[in-house]
Design a protein around this ligand. Structure first.
Ligand SMILES: Cc1cc2nc3c(=O)[nH]c(=O)nc-3n(C[C@H](O)[C@H](O)[C@H](O)COP(=O)(O)OP(=O)(O)OC[C@H]3O[C@@H](n4cnc5c(N)ncnc54)[C@H](O)[C@@H]3O)c2cc1C
Length: 488
């Protein structure tokens, strides 16, 4: 039996960052992973999707070179296999980066399926058989997976979740995307740029419904102009895979349900936490499967903590990483370290980005949420007409939602080419929340990989995840993972 100070179950951006921080604080640390180090984000989420989107963006520019006064001779075509191969290569390289980080920080890696046998003990079933591990503290960071449609589970052939959409067996000609959150819209944008005929069906009355309504309207207009069919307030009532493709019965907002044929369908209707078979049911409170925690990640069982996508949202990589650091520091504090100051997540200042084109990005409250929270607000919007002309990719918008009583920014949103990078509010301190001069990882959006090229990415990102930087401000020290965001 191996004994540690801390065991982290799951090695996504929550888990591996927590493990590194624990090791940095001098704790004997182990990490347990059943699939690939780096979790969904590095292997099947943020990173490979952004690599795909980058290829699609370059394709778009090459095809529209003449708009910029450039001549490219010969046909410009997408080679889907090569695009996917590049994306997988990028993911693999990052996965190797995390392996290196584990070694460098002397974190024991146990590959296999972990199951809790108590708050601070677990078994790991791997290729080498079963191991028993114990620790003073255990952090659960098992993440989440795609939610299936109850009446049409993904088959990996014609009905896809994000995993198949990232490694498609063939190029979809006529694609149905169900769900218009960030994941659905990013794939819709990618396949639209690659030449598919894309229809997006959203049950709510607007796309990207967590964003401000003006941002949704801006994006819907732009995507429609690019040739996508967007159906909001619509529902898919039936979905059947046929030999050739899928038949979907779609009920539009005002009208009768009718059958439509597609070659493929991507189901992007949300996520399900990976908490069913890990032995946590009696050890923590769960709400729809998500582990309930205090601001530092504590569950109701002493010594058992949880972070990231298996806890309440938003389900974002930088949020998971921030929680990883907070929980590691809270554990170190409980173990007697007086020099750490765990810094809980400020839920009003978590940026979110959707890397479609045009990109959209926001931080803080939308106008509706600010009003719901009881603020009287004033909303200012600035259309980026000049920038749209300069980049050649249409207009953008910048919107600030300001609290009338103290003129503080409650929320900020941006739509436009490279939106996530150009809005300073997403990168700097927005103003709300922490007044002690400490930096917040949760204000740096992940993954900012629009311009990934394998070598460049290795140069930029590896050192960035390799070093958890000590940032000092007005006498306080906070630690946060520097991601690639800060370099252009
Ligand atoms: C297509 C897609 C695109 C995305 N794009 C972005 C983006 O641009 N920006 C952003 O911020 N977020 C993005 N996300 C979300 C982001 O990937 C997640 O928020 C993030 O990965 C959550 O990190 P985590 O550490 O909580 O869990 P995960 O990354 O899900 O990692 C959990 C790990 O735990 C392992 N595990 C689970 N159960 C066990 C067990 N019993 N034993 C051992 N190991 C186990 C899993 O194998 C997995 O490796 C995207 C997600 C998807 C699917």
């Amino acid at each position: 039996m191996s004994n540690y100070d801390v065991i982290v179950l799951g090695s996504g951006p929550g888990g591996y960052v927590a493990a590194i921080r624990c090791a940095q604080l001098g704790l004997k640390t182990a990490i347990v992973e059943r699939e690939n180090l780096g979790g969904i984000c590095l292997n099947w989420g943020c990173i490979p999707t952004k690599a795909l989107l980058r290829s699609a963006e370059i394709l778009h520019y090459a095809q529209h070179a003449s708009d910029y006064g450039l001549k490219i001779a010969g046909a410009i075509e997408a080679d889907l296999e090569a695009v996917v191969k590049r994306s997988r290569g990028v993911a693999k390289q990052l996965n190797q980066g995390v392996t290196h980080l584990m070694k460098k920080n002397k974190i024991a890696v146990h590959m296999g399926e972990g199951t809790l046998t108590g708050p601070t003990s677990l078994t790991v079933k791997g290729e080498k058989g079963e191991e028993k591990l114990t620790a003073k503290h255990v952090i659960v960071a098992t993440g989440a997976r795609a939610r299936d449609l109850p009446f049409a589970p993904a088959d990996g052939k014609k009905i896809w979740t994000y995993r198949t959409a990232m490694t498609p067996p063939e190029m979809p000609k006529k694609l149905l995307v169900i769900g218009s959150g960030a994941i659905g819209i990013e794939f819709a944008s990618f396949y639209n740029d690659m030449g598919a005929d894309v229809t997006v069906v959203e049950m709510l009355d607007r796309i990207v419904p967590v964003e401000d309504k003006d941002v949704s309207a801006h994006l819907e207009k732009a995507l429609t102009k690019q040739g996508m069919t967007i159906m909001t307030g619509a529902g898919v009532e039936e979905l059947k895979a046929t030999g050739k493709g899928v038949t979907a019965k779609i009920k539009p907002k005002d009208g009768k349900a009718a059958e439509q044929e597609f070659t493929h369908c991507i189901v992007a209707i949300g996520i399900v936490p990976n908490t069913e078979n890990i032995g946590i049911d009696k050890l923590a409170d769960l709400d729809r499967g998500f582990i309930q925690i205090d601001p530092y990640g504590r569950t109701k069982s002493k010594g058992l903590w949880a972070i990231g996508d298996c806890t309440p949202g938003p389900w974002l990589a930088h949020k998971a990483s921030h929680e990883g650091v907070t929980t590691a520091e809270a554990i170190a504090q409980e173990l007697g370290n007086k020099d750490v100051h765990p810094h809980p997540l400020n839920r009003d200042a978590i940026p979110g980005c959707t890397y479609c084109h045009p990109q959209i990005a926001s931080v803080g409250l939308t106008e509706a949420k600010a009003k719901e929270a009881g603020y009287e607000v004033k909303v200012g919007m600035f259309p980026f007409i000049g920038k749209g002309h300069r980049t050649g990719r249409g207009r953008g918008l910048h919107q600030d939602c300001v609290r009338r009583q103290d003129r503080r920014i409650a929320g900020r949103a941006y739509g436009g080419r490279r939106g996530h990078r150009d809005d300073p509010g997403l990168h700097r301190r927005q103003d709300a929340g922490d007044h002690r001069g400490r930096a917040d990882a949760n204000r740096v959006p992940a993954p900012d990989h629009q311009r990934i090229d394998a070598r460049e990415r290795a140069r930029r990102l590896r050192p960035s995840i390799a070093h958890l930087i000590q940032w000092k401000g007005r006498g306080h020290t906070a630690t946060f993972p520097i991601r690639a965001t800060r370099r252009s």
